[in-house]
Write a protein that binds this ligand. Structure first.
Ligand SMILES: [Zn+2]
Length: 318
């Protein structure tokens, strides 16, 4: 793996190792006359920090910008801020997400926000062992500057539009500059994987905004689609079309599962992912519950009962 490679004359990709899933993470350096802008930081681990020190060298870091509040995107933010004396820029929704994490930790517990949605339906999913060894304080990142769709953001010396694109996470943003034909997509679109769409209690129906964002994104004039993991998106419009097809297929499979009499989150997930090897994982439950909430929002199914015994059924027409 070539860890550091040039994308354009002033944008460099930095590929960082991650502690799980054999995946790597793409961060980006935007050059500017007053220093570099870092977009996304990688997870907090010594191997990632070593790559950063090599990638940054003795350049000044002007700012650190986060696309969304997942651990692999902001885990090194506190460390980078401290070492390079650089401000951290976060979207206001990411700030809220981190505030909830902080409140949970202050009360002595770490809560994965999507696990709180599973709990409505009596599902508890063990996360991989790596989680218990993590110091969650790395993910409590206070913003120095809060941005939003109205303020935009500077990446290097170039002003980018901030596109609010909730779906993969409730706080996700993309950055777009039309003249540069650059779109920073974080985990909103990936080339080789279908992003997992993650509901939280505050964001129960992520599929609806996720799919509708495609209509906006495919209008953009883009040459470089900078993804948060693995390969860059090589051709935006066909990729969006394949993603649409994928998620619509999942919506239909989920509806079929309910139509076939599966009433619990566990049974619907098992039906949709029948034939997949191994245990049902966190992302499978997350995907399924997101699809179920989407179907409920458009009145194709109904949700009954109380936590933790909520169930799904076709609507009754009385
Ligand atoms: Zn993510």
């Amino acid at each position: 793996m070539q860890a550091i490679d040039a994308i354009t004359a002033n944008i460099t990709r930095v590929q960082l190792p991650l502690p799980y899933d054999l995946m790597s993470m793409n961060s980006y350096i935007f050059e500017g006359k007053n220093g570099i802008t870092i977009v996304d930081t990688g997870d907090s681990m010594p191997e990632a920090k070593e790559v950063w020190q090599r990638a940054i060298g003795n350049r000044r870091v002007e700012r650190i910008v986060i696309t969304h509040g997942h651990t692999d995107h902001l885990g090194c933010a506190n460390w980078l801020r401290e070492l390079y004396d650089a401000p951290v820029y976060m979207h206001e929704k990411t700030v809220h997400r981190v505030e909830r994490l902080k409140a949970g930790l202050a009360a002595g517990r770490y809560v994965n926000p999507t696990d709180e949605v599973f709990a409505l339906y009596g599902v508890h999913v063990e996360l991989p062992n790596i989680e218990v060894t993590i110091d969650y304080r790395n993910y409590v990142v206070e913003p120095d500057v809060v941005f939003n769709e109205h303020t935009g953001i500077m990446l290097g010396d170039v002003h980018y539009d901030v596109l609010f694109t909730p779906g993969h996470s409730e706080d996700h943003v993309c950055f777009y500059n039309e003249a540069e034909q650059v779109l920073v997509v974080g985990d909103h679109l990936l080339e080789v994987l279908n992003p997992v769409i993650l509901p939280t209690l505050q964001f129960l129906n992520p599929i609806e905004p996720y799919l509708s964002s495609f209509d906006m994104i495919e209008q953009l004039n883009v040459r470089h689609v900078l993804t948060g993991h693995l390969a860059l998106v090589s051709d935006l419009k066909p990729r969006i079309q394949r993603l649409r097809t994928h998620y619509h297929k999942r919506i239909l499979q989920t509806f079929d599962a309910v139509k076939n009499g599966n009433t619990t989150l566990h049974d619907v997930t098992a039906f949709v992912y029948a034939g997949k090897e191994g245990r049902l994982g966190h992302s499978m439950y997350a995907q399924t519950v997101a699809m179920l909430h989407y179907l409920a929002a458009i009145d194709k199914i109904s949700i009954h009962g109380e936590t933790p015994n909520r169930t799904f059924a076709l609507p009754s027409f009385e």
